[in-house]
Design a protein around this ligand. Sequence first.
Ligand code: CO8
Length: 293
Amino acid sequence: MSSGMKYVQIEPLEDIAIVRINRPEALNAMNSDVIAELSRAIEIVGVDEGIKVVIITGNGEKAFCAGADIAFMVNIDPIKAEKYASAAQSVLNKIEKMEKPVIAAINGYALGGGCELALVCDIRIAVNTAKIGQPEVTIGIPPGWGGTQRLVRIVGPAKAKELIFTGSMITAEEAHEIGLVNKVVKLEDLTSGSAAQVNSGRDQTSSSSDKSKTSSEVAKTLNKKLIEDCILFAKEITKNSINAVKTSKMLINKGMDVDIDAGLRLEIYGWALCFAHADRQKMMSDFLNKGRK
Ligand code: CO8
């Protein structure tokens, strides 16, 4: 699918679409153009009835997204900062509110706004070499694209505060342990030494060119496996009633912000409404007729 965009690519794969942030020279950091194009891409895949699941990732082997564009932020005033944060929050809200499920394929650094982008996705799958964090305080600002709100809802206040107050990065495995990442993808034969090189940023300057070639090939293979695993995960979803999946997403997201009684009442209505959809009749009948002549 040619979107005519410079910083965001849309790659349809039957009923799954990959949305790829394409600014690897700045580790896919989101400047205003990236934000605007991401917003457009989300609108395109959001209304496309043929697309059931969306995968968001970053171009290259090094970064999912290194966050907001520090080169832009260094000289802006509070008025521009408010506009910048609002534009970014608006696209992140759009992703979170998209009816269809969204998977973040974390192929490397997911920092600051990059972590916040991953937080609005429903599922996060990361390569084992990925580094995740909210380093905003190390450059004089708090998280501003939802980090103080969404991270706490996913990992709880203690871990969220630890990550935000220290600004330190954690590994994909650590992120998995605290429930920030659903799944970690690794190559069985990837040694810890070469894994460290993949995201060290130093692989191209290694004293041994053979070693750096191997490292970059490993990173490419790992990235390919990540996308394949995300597609397999997406297919686990698309084999089900997408209407029921979308309703479940809405119930979970809306339910988290209301009291339990309101959430349960909402669940009854969402559940009952699915009885109007053809999927329910067909899938229940298929189940009952299975094995019966
Ligand atoms: N913005 C702009 N450029 C970036 C960014 C970024 N966030 N991250 C990396 N780059 C650029 C570098 O400047 C460099 O450019 P160049 O080659 O022209 O010098 C290129 O990408 C490669 O980066 P490095 O050379 O630094 O690569 P390393 O492998 O040495 O290091 C790191 C990789 C550790 C990821 C490092 O680049 C880094 O720490 N980046 C910054 C990460 C960060 O702090 N992100 C948070 C930004 S703040 C944010 O997201 C807040 C969101 C809410 C704000 C709301 C306010 C309005």
